[in-house]
Design a protein around this ligand. Structure first.
Ligand code: ATP
Ligand code: MG
Length: 405
């Protein structure tokens, strides 16, 4: 079937009034942004749903793009027809035949907005049902659990038929939940945490710490590539890279080994919180999950979180690694995350970091370094890149696989 338009149903629209208006307006903007590569189509957000008129653009590509947009519950690719019963019957029959298999059941589900159309809902259901029963030998009706369901809508501007219901990404439109930063490593967890933050409508700016020459260009590009994959769910993302080498070297020199990791994390969070504040964002997200590694015990989180009053949000906090991996595969970040490029943290992680760091000691050992000076220098030297969805940073054919071999 060659679709001519897509009817989109909104997600969590339990909110009313201004929130509902903001939801619809933002979703319209986000849908337009993701469908930017298709100049001929038109996006029309309305009170109870949004319509995309394809105007000849490729329906399958548009369908794929819509699957990533938060705030969409589901959508129905449809064909727009003249309001002529003979034409409607013919198209409904074609749709059924496309999906028919031995013993299949069907149902016609009509809605009529145009009250002047010559037949009412029941008459349309019956006429189309009879026509299909006559023309598809072996098919039967099942109104409760049909294998094939044909939706018919008689609207003012035409008759719309659809036979396919596609699940949307759910959640809230990105941008309706404010703006925050994400501490993005190259690992499995932080991309998943990013996805979950975006799903609740938060617009995310990425903060990534890197330590040349201990970490190579590849590690930085991997973080950028992850960002470009996640851009599919939010549009362009600002990627902020923070030089961390001098801080790590200083900590390694001055701080007792058991506290290397805690102090590094305190410095990271301090810098992230400062950047967050400078950009008028209102929270820092991380990919931490309780109990995964030494830095992710409650005691450790307390010792690290001590450096800021900025909300630190941890969407993965109670999830098992297997659940996190499952999502990372679904959102297509897993294969990138497992590429074996050194991360700035792993290099300076001592063999036995304290799993229960003491808060007073953390504060004390930190006095051995010039916290303010190091912080300022790092923030003065950040670099910001605006990353587009799908932009390429790793040459998949050469670099990555050459390193993997
Ligand atoms: P991930 O899979 O996200 O790397 P992890 O399980 O490996 O997480 P850690 O390496 O301890 O855990 O990192 C915990 C969190 O700290 C990360 O999820 C991320 O939010 C943040 N983080 C770690 N390294 C960096 C980095 N280089 N730049 C920015 N944030 C980082
Ligand atoms: Mg990591």
């Amino acid at each position: 079937m060659h679709y001519t338009e897509i009817m989109v149903r909104y997600g969590e629209l339990s909110t009313k009034g201004k929130n509902k208006k903001d939801f619809i307006k933002q979703l319209g903007k986000n849908v337009r942004a993701v469908l930017h590569p298709f100049p001929k189509l038109e996006v029309k957000p309305q009170r109870d749903r949004l319509h995309v008129a394809l105007n000849g653009e490729d329906d399958q590509q548009v369908i794929e793009s819509l699957k990533g947009v938060f705030g969409i519950e589901n959508f129905y690719p449809s064909v727009r027809l003249e309001k002529d019963m003979a034409i409607i019957k013919q198209t409904a029959l074609e749709m059924v035949k496309e999906q028919y298999h031995d013993g299949a059941t069907f149902k016609i589900n009509t809605r009529r907005q145009d009250k002047h159309f010559e037949y009412d809902t029941n008459q349309i259901n019956n006429q189309l049902g009879d026509y299909i029963l006559e023309n598809v030998p072996g098919i039967t009706v099942d109104v409760k659990h049909p294998d094939i369901s044909i939706r018919v809508e008689i609207r003012m501007n035409g008759a719309f038929l659809s036979s396919e219901k596609i699940h949307g990404a759910g959640g809230l439109p990105v941008g309706t939940g404010g703006r925050a930063t994400m501490m993005l490593s190259g690992g499995i967890d932080s991309p998943v945490a990013t996805y979950l933050a975006m799903k609740r409508g938060v617009k995310i700016d990425m903060i990534h710490f890197y330590s040349p020459p201990y970490t190579g260009e590849q590690a930085l590009n991997k973080a950028k590539q992850l960002t470009s994959v996640l851009g599919k769910y939010s549009g362009n993302i600002q990627f902020i890279q923070v030089p961390f080498t001098e801080i790590q070297e200083t900590i390694k020199e001055k701080v007792p080994e058991g506290y290397l990791m805690t102090i590094q994390r305190r410095m990271m969070l301090r810098i992230a919180a400062q950047i967050t504040q400078n950009r008028h964002c209102t929270g820092v997200f991380t990919g931490e999950a309780l109990g995964q590694v030494a830095s992710q015990t409650l005691e450790s989180m307390m010792a690290i979180n001590d450096v800021t009053t900025m909300p630190v949000l941890r969407p993965l906090v109670s999830m098992d690694k297997t659940e996190i991996i499952k999502i990372s595969k679904q959102i297509k970040t897993y294969d990138l995350s497992i590429l074996p490029f050194e991360d700035c943290c792993t290099i300076f992680t001592p063999p036995a970091p304290k799993t229960r760091p003491d808060l007073a000691k953390s504060r004390k050992f930190e006095q051995y370094i010039d916290v303010e000076g190091l912080m300022k220098k790092a923030i003065d030297n950040i670099e910001i890149t605006d990353i587009k969805p799908g932009e390429e940073f790793l040459n998949q054919n050469q670099d990555v696989f050459a390193e993997l071999l």
